[in-house]
Structures are given as structure tokens and as C-alpha cells.
Design a binder for this molecule. Structure first.
Ligand SMILES: [Zn+2]
Ligand SMILES: [Zn+2]
Length: 350
């Protein structure tokens, strides 16, 4: 009998290769900014029109663009959009304003996330704990996470009064100054919106900012970010196991600005995001969590949430029902609360 030697898989070749921004990459990014500007203008005009259906469509389009802008901001914070470094902050700061995402704060937390992924030092900027079990309540709270907005407004007040401090380690004084200045700028814009509303233009503020923000952008942003690391192997630093990629199509790849190809992004974060697609075949071959489309992913998440909810309900039921012990001769059957039979020993639902 002849033994067949196992040939080890060669492993990814292109996936971890670093790359820099070229002239063509810059133009692709400028094209994305132009499209964002055109669609936002259309959204704004519709939102201000007289026809109720057009108003709804405008609010939805504007909110969708607020979220898309933060995905473009993500490329800026990695300095993967322009050849020179300076432009990234100049463009990145305004991109986050509608959704109240402060560029330099996001940048420092997000780069920490890239460095510490798979370790307890991971800092999730948008406040969703990917290690906690998924339940319907967790999903609902994440989808309508208005607490983050309150936190940002609190940071604006703390920055203006000189009390803002970075909560996740020490940062350079220059970075501290930048974050404070950007919070103060955002706070002034919020005050301007309040003044506009108080001056008789509440309708405009609601249609162009508040309603798109609260009803569309906040939930949509959560749905865009959710697939990145949830239900992956969070205790390893191997990006092929702790991150998820979604193959998707041209629309989801454009709208999320390549956030669907998150394994490829974590493997080499300085690669311009529109060039991640060429690395996807390797991820399909070696990645542990790769899904075809967003629909597949959300179906799996909802199934997991239902499973966890059923398990929790069964555990609560088992804990509430006292365990009956067998009657001994002459001894009436009794209900013992100190039974050694473990309550809530439900087997996991497959
Ligand atoms: Zn990530
Ligand atoms: Zn990133």
C-alpha cells in the first residue's frame, strides 16, 4: 500500500500584500465623493418638496447618504484615498458630520481596533459588543442606538469646557487637540441647527437632518457594520477566522464602500477599498466566515437571535418550575427548592 503525502495548502499570496494609493485610486475616490454629492442634493430637494411620497423618498435617500459618507470617511481615516496625507482629514471631517462621527476620534479608536482585533484590547467605536450573545433585544438596541448620539453631544460639551479625555489609553497632545477642536466644531453646527429651528425653520432642520439621521442613518449604519466580526471566532488574531467577508454585488460593494470585504481590509488596511475585490478569491478559499450576500448573513443572525431567545426562555422556565422528588414510603411527596438537579439544564437547540 502506498501512502499519499498530504500537500499543505499554499496559503494566501495576495491577501496580505501592502499597497499605496495611486493617481487612478484618487480619481475613483473623487468619483465616489461626486456621486455622494449628487445623490445627497437629490435627497435634499425631494425632502423639501410638497409631495408627501417625495418627502419620504428624500428622507430615506438623505439618511442612506449619511451612512454612505461614513463609509467613505473610513477610507480617509486609513489614509487610503489620496496620495498626500493632509487631504484625508480635510475631506474626512465633513463626511462624518451628518451622522455625528468625529473624524480624529473615530480614526484613533478604529486604528486601535485594527491593532487589537481578537484581543481584549479591541475598542469598538460604535459601541456594539460583538462578543455578547446575539438576542432580539441586543439587535434592537443596536439598530436604534441613540445613546451614541447623546454620548457624542456630551463629548462636545466636555471638549468646549476643556474636560474631554480619551478613555482608551494615552494619546499625543496634537491628536488630543484635533479631537477637541472637531468636537467643538460639531457642537457649533448642532447649535446652529437648534438656532435655525428656533428661528422658525424647524421643518427644514427636521427634513434635511433630524429625520434622515434618526429614522434612516442610525439603523442603516448599524446594519452595515454588524457583519464585520459578529459570530466569528473572536479569540484569535487570525483575520481569516475573526472577521467576515460578504461577496455581495456591485451595489452593496459601492454602498458600503467595500466594507463587505472586511477580511481583505483587515489583512492590508492601507489598500484603497475599491481594489479589495481582486483579493476576494483567496478569502473565499481560506476564510472561515465568508457569505454570498447580505440576505444570507441577516438570515443567519436572525436565526441565531431566535435560538438564543428560545434557549433563554427555556432556562427561565426550568428555573421557575420547582423539581419534584420521588416519594419515600411514609413520606409525602414534597417540593424541594434545594434540589441537586440543576435547573435550566436545557440542551442547546441545534
Ligand atoms: Zn473591523
Ligand atoms: Zn478599517
Amino acid at each position: 500500500m502506498t501512502e499519499v503525502a498530504e500537500t499543505p495548502l499554499p496559503g494566501p499570496v495576495l491577501l496580505y500584500r501592502r499597497s499605496s494609493v495611486g493617481r487612478r485610486d484618487e480619481w475613483v475616490f473623487v468619483g465616489k465623493l461626486a456621486l455622494l454629492a449628487v445623490l445627497s442634493t437629490c435627497g435634499g430637494r425631494l425632502a423639501l418638496s410638497d409631495h408627501p411620497l417625495a418627502v419620504v423618498a428624500g428622507i430615506v435617500l438623505l439618511g442612506a447618504m449619511f451612512t454612505h459618507a461614513v463609509e467613505l470617511q473610513h477610507q480617509c481615516l486609513h489614509h487610503a484615498a489620496f496620495r498626500g496625507a493632509r487631504l484625508h482629514r480635510i475631506v474626512g471631517v465633513p463626511l462624518g458630520l451628518p451622522l455625528l462621527v468625529v473624524y480624529s476620534h473615530y480614526r484613533i479608536r478604529h486604528l486601535q481596533h485594527h491593532r487589537a482585533l481578537g484581543t481584549p484590547g479591541d475598542t469598538e467605536f460604535f459601541g456594539f459588543d460583538t462578543r455578547a450573545p446575539i438576542t432580539p433585544g441586543v439587535l434592537l438596541r443596536g439598530t436604534f442606538d441613540y445613546r451614541r448620539i447623546a454620548d457624542v453631544l456630551g463629548d462636545c460639551v466636555r471638549s468646549a469646557s476643556g474636560r474631554w479625555r480619551y478613555a482608551f489609553g494615552s494619546i499625543a497632545p496634537r491628536m488630543h487637540r484635533r479631537i477637541v477642536a472637531e468636537h467643538v466644531g460639531l457642537g457649533l453646527l448642532v447649535l446652529a441647527a437648534v438656532a435655525l429651528a428656533a428661528g422658525g425653520h424647524a421643518d427644514i432642520v427636521a427634513r434635511l437632518w433630524l429625520l434622515p439621521l434618526l429614522l434612516v442613518a442610525v439603523p442603516l449604519h448599524f446594519l452595515v457594520e454588524l457583519p464585520e466580526h459578529v459570530l466569528c471566532d473572536n479569540d484569535t488574531t487570525d483575520v481569516l477566522r475573526n472577521t467576515r467577508s460578504i461577496t455581495g454585488g456591485w451595489f452593496s460593494t459601492w454602498y458600503t464602500n467595500g466594507n463587505n470585504l472586511h477580511i481583505e481590509h483587515h489583512a492590508a488596511m492601507n489598500v484603497p477599498l475599491h481594489r479589495l475585490r481582486e483579493r476576494h478569491p483567496e478569502v473565499q478559499r481560506y476564510g472561515a466566515f465568508v457569505q454570498r450576500g447580505y440576505a444570507d448573513f441577516f438570515r443567519a443572525v436572525l436565526a441565531e437571535a431566535r435560538r438564543n431567545a428560545a434557549l433563554a426562555a427555556r432556562e427561565r422556565r426550568d428555573a421557575a418550575v420547582p423539581v419534584k422528588t420521588r416519594s419515600e414510603p411514609g413520606v409525602p411527596a414534597e417540593v424541594r427548592s434545594d434540589s441537586e438537579v440543576p435547573a435550566g439544564s436545557a440542551s442547546p437547540v441545534a
